[in-house]
Ligand binder design. Sequence first.
Ligand SMILES: [Zn+2]
Length: 388
Amino acid sequence: MKKDAVFIYSEDQLNYSFSDTHPFNQKRIILTLDLLKKMQAITDEDIIRPRIATEEELLLAHDVKFIETVKKASKGELQENVGAIYGIGTEDTPIFPNMHEASALLVGGTLTAVDEVMNGRANYALNLGGGLHHGFHGKASGFCVYNDSSVAIKYLQQKYGARVLYIDTDAHHGDGVQWSFYDDPNVCTLSIHETGRYLFPGTGHITERGNGKGYGTSFNFPIDAFTEDESFLEVYRTSIKEVAEYFQPDVILTQNGADAHYFDPLTHLYGTMAIYNEIPRIAREIAEQYCEGRWIAVGGGGYDIWRVVPRAWAQIWLAMKKLPAPTGPLPADWLTSWQGESPVPLIPTWEDPDPLYEAIPRKKEITEKNAQMLNRALYIIRNEKINK
Ligand SMILES: [Zn+2]
């Protein structure tokens, strides 16, 4: 029988770990899964173990020399000066033992998710271990070694002939995926992110619209620092609906970085749990409307792993199970299980404290600026409509 949704997970996903003090911490997956278990929203039958991507699969989106270099680093055989050319052994993306295997497993998880959905065993599949959107063809970057989404999109094209819409709501620009498909008219990338003015990786301007035959299939929505819920959601709802209608995808792949929240230590956006309740539910509507339901979701950034990520990521699974966003207290046994280990007091409810922060004097200006940006970023679509 076809399942609503499958959750791709094994403890080995936690082997993708740069160090104990690095902000990228996959413990967030355990915290999320435990939250779902303690609210009886997931059972063992819903969980599928990820496979490891083969070298042939990694080559779909990565350069052979880069893969060879990661393998050497993985075994501790890489000369220091060689790594830097490939973005590994840097402060952001340090070398760790068995990094090739750990990175290939995260890619394999997203491929497992793809096969579950495209073979019709599930409508939706979630791989929280994936979402490494900064990985480039020949270079690691920004905590990302191999780019699971780029490999998965190539795989979707080759194995299933699918037309893919990639939607990235991480607070950082989804640069690695964008550049991988920049001249491909059959893949549309859409990224909503904090403007690159002060934030890594600095790209994601509205004028990055694609190249050659791919012109018009790359969409960027850079929002201002301090953007709050309503303005974020206006950009999200409008852009995803108009782009899906324009591109007519066969399947959607969403990257669900949870670092646009006010608490996130690496970014300057002012989102609350309200955006994370809505992001996956609208994604599901879009998948139903255009793709006969086919929806694959991956994780991404998210650096407040205690107060933000588990509540935010739980919403993706709940949306896949067609459950409404819960309100009120979190399961008491989840709070007692983890409070001792958390360096900060956990938020005891699904909602954030109200107010979460002091009112921002520039709110009106930021909202207007984002609205103008949205209009300019959708220029191609809206202009086409006028011409038709
Ligand atoms: Zn991010």
